[in-house]
Design a protein around this ligand. Structure first.
Ligand code: 5AD
Ligand code: SF4
Length: 487
């Protein structure tokens, strides 16, 4: 995809899958890319003193939840005296945070572990974290005996204890329970982005979509107490963050475990009220729990970004039933109608799976007609990938890889046309942009609008990074806008 087209959307899609598996919409994003090889950024050494030169290298695959888990894991390690390094060769501890949402992402793990082994320096400890760790468990030790630590995301809370065991020289340390009712909170999180902070408010998933491994790999839903969330938002504001993105596999299923019993929409408003916070985002919403109160909150509080990611997965009620998505096409469209009626325009994006078992040509045509009807601002599309333990694994009428690829291409082409038109209609409008990138080209900058479009723009000013500017749109491609700063 051309580098200029660049819409950046924060689905919780596991994005480390190979390019051919996913829609081009998510390939070239500046903030949330498919980073096949996300090496650690440079970080300051820890304040609490060095653990005798101990260093760690942490590589992350997958969704924003994984990105943010890695930020918290890095925080735990820094507070134990480790220093973060940018190459596995230089590290005493090599950690690999994995994704298993689609098969190809999961397959990568063992080839990567093979690479680590060949490079493995004497005494180096290798650990596997995340969804593949949870899914494969001790099998990882059998296939890669040079691994010493296997820890699923539901057990990160125990990470300090597990690390202590690793440091004491234990060979096969595991954290694999996912029956915890606690969330992973750390006193120190080492965040990668200086302006936008991720903040997980709900972990795990209690839905049971027939194709999805997440309920197995991330365990049951656990929400974080609203007071604790708000305290962290205040801390983030004090540190200079002006944008916060609330995360959860089903973020709007948030259920405050504290006596305040805040609803998700109330929490959104309370987060937006924290002095210093200018933008609040949230992802991913499940259509079933998406109520009128969330739309009312978006209408009443402009700090809540006007973008909702509402995965539909299919436009066919028959397929939705097979997927156990718990809504029909018409019920989903009612949620869309609610959003479209809002007092300010709200960008809507979605996830779609093509080639679910039994998906006929007519079912697929219904997905295409849904795209036409909704006019999404962007979409993430995936070929169905059979996953271990999931109910759809044993469903009849599998669709061939060739046909899945064909449908994916047709879907993406259709969406490209829709996006081209939608973005072109924005020429001559003004957007507030949080500036997050500076091009090597003179006077060229980039950032995001509240509706989460990427906009590349010109400005004669210096030092714009992290500031908010007004930009007039002068051009548009299917995946990004172009413009100039207006002073
Ligand atoms: N195959 C293909 N896509 C999947 N997703 C989740 N599980 C699968 C699977 N087995 C997609 C869904 C979800 C996104 C995060 O990943 O579209 O919304
Ligand atoms: Fe997976 Fe469905 Fe839960 Fe999303 S809502 S994480 S697709 S089981």
């Amino acid at each position: 995809m051309a580098g200029t087209f660049d819409i950046s959307l924060d689905s919780l899609a596991g994005r480390s899958v190979p390019a051919e598996d996913v829609s081009s919409e998510c390939l070239s994003d500046s903030l949330q890319p498919i980073r096949k090889d996300r090496k650690a950024p440079k970080t300051a050494p820890c304040a609490t003193g060095m653990r005798d030169g101990a260093t760690f290298f942490l590589e992350t695959f997958g969704c924003q939840m994984n990105d943010h888990d890695s930020e918290k894991v890095a925080g735990v390690l820094l507070s134990r005296g480790y220093r973060q390094v940018e190459s596995p060769d230089a590290a005493s501890l090599v950690l690999y945070n994995t994704c298993s949402i689609r098969e190809k992402a999961a397959q990568k793990v063992f080839s990567r572990l093979g690479e680590y082994r060949t490079k493995q320096a004497a005494g180096q400890v290798i650990g596997v974290l995340g969804c593949v760790a949870q899914q494969e468990g001790e099998e990882i030790f059998a296939r890669a005996p040079w691994v010493s630590l296997v820890c699923g995301s539901a057990s990160y809370r125990k990470l300090p204890e597990l690390l202590a065991q690793v440091e004491a020289g234990h060979q096969r340390v595991t954290g694999l329970n996912n029956d915890t009712d606690e969330t992973f909170e750390t006193p120190v999180t080492r965040r990668d982005n200086p302006w936008r902070a991720y903040l997980t408010i709900i972990e795990g998933c209690d839905k049971a979509c027939a194709y999805c491994v997440v309920p197995f790999t991330r365990g049951p839903e656990r929400s974080r107490a609203s007071d604790s969330v708000l305290k962290e938002v205040r801390e983030l504001a004090d540190l200079g963050y002006s944008e916060v993105q609330l995360l959860g596999q089903t973020v709007n299923s948030y259920a405050d475990p504290s006596s305040r019993r805040m609803r998700f929409s109330e929490l959104l408003l309370a987060v937006a009220d924290v002095p210093g916070m200018r933008r609040v985002r949230f992802t991913t919403s499940h259509p079933r729990d998406f109520g009128a109160d969330i739309v009312a909150a978006l209408e009443s509080q402009p700090k809540l970004c006007n973008h909702v990611h509402l995965p539909v997965q299919s436009g066919s009620t028959k397929v939705l039933r097979g997927m156990v998505r718990t809504y029909t096409r018409d019920e989903y469209l009612e949620k869309i109608a609610m959003l479209r009626k809002a007092k300010r325009p709200i960008a809507i994006t979605t996830d779609i799976i093509v080639g679910f078992p039994g998906e006929t040509e007519a079912d697929f045509a219904e997905t295409l007609s849904l795209l036409e009807e909704v006019q999404y601002d962007a979409l993430f599309s995936f070929k169905y990938s059979p996953r271990p333990n999931t109910p759809s694994l044993s469903m009849p009428d599998a669709i061939s890889e060739e046909e899945k690829s064909r449908r994916l291409a047709v879907l993406q082409e259709k969406q490209r046309g829709i996006q081209s038109k939608r973005n072109a209609s924005m020429i001559n409008t003004m957007f507030e942009v949080l500036v997050s990138g500076k091009s090597r080209r003179e006077n060229q900058w980039s950032g995001h609008t509240s509706c989460h479009r990427v906009i590349n723009f010109t400005s004669q000013e210096q030092n714009l990074l992290g500031t908010y500017v007004q930009v007039l749109v002068t051009g548009a491609g299917p995946n990004s806008l172009a413009g100039e700063q207006v002073t």
